[in-house]
Design a protein around this ligand. Sequence first.
Ligand SMILES: [Zn+2]
Length: 169
Amino acid sequence: MSGALAARSGNMSQKRSDGALTITRSGAMLSDLSESDLITVSLQNDAPAINASSEVEIHRAIINNKSGKEAVVHAHCPYTIALANVYGEVFADNECLSCFGPPLLLGDQDKFIVGGYKDQIAGALSNHVVAVVAGHGVFAAAQTLLEAYIYLTALEASSKLVYLQKTLQ
Ligand SMILES: [Zn+2]
């Protein structure tokens, strides 16, 4: 995950074959995960999730939205968020667009709250694979963690290029 986020920000989850959810521990370093960084919780809303990521309710909502996606990757991607905050849009290049279509931009950059926009994010990811929450970060959902990770990092790479081009103009 290096390059996509700061060491201790962001989180990932994967639905298990037994119907539970494995999610990263609160404060885990995504670039250096070990077994103890993975917490298994119920998919039921508001069920106990001790030590799990503080954004566990968003992950539950995305997995429970009946879209069939079973993996979620979330990161506070600096280039994507900076561009969204300044320009009010998401800059997905042709590779992103052909790969996963236009990402949705949600929320208000001045109103970030942990776990905020849960229903909007889950709704967006029922028929998209990438959603950007202004002032916060990017959520990608897919069948596998690797697929979601590829989508998220592709958008951040696109954003970095746009940022560099705008800076050099
Ligand atoms: Zn976040």
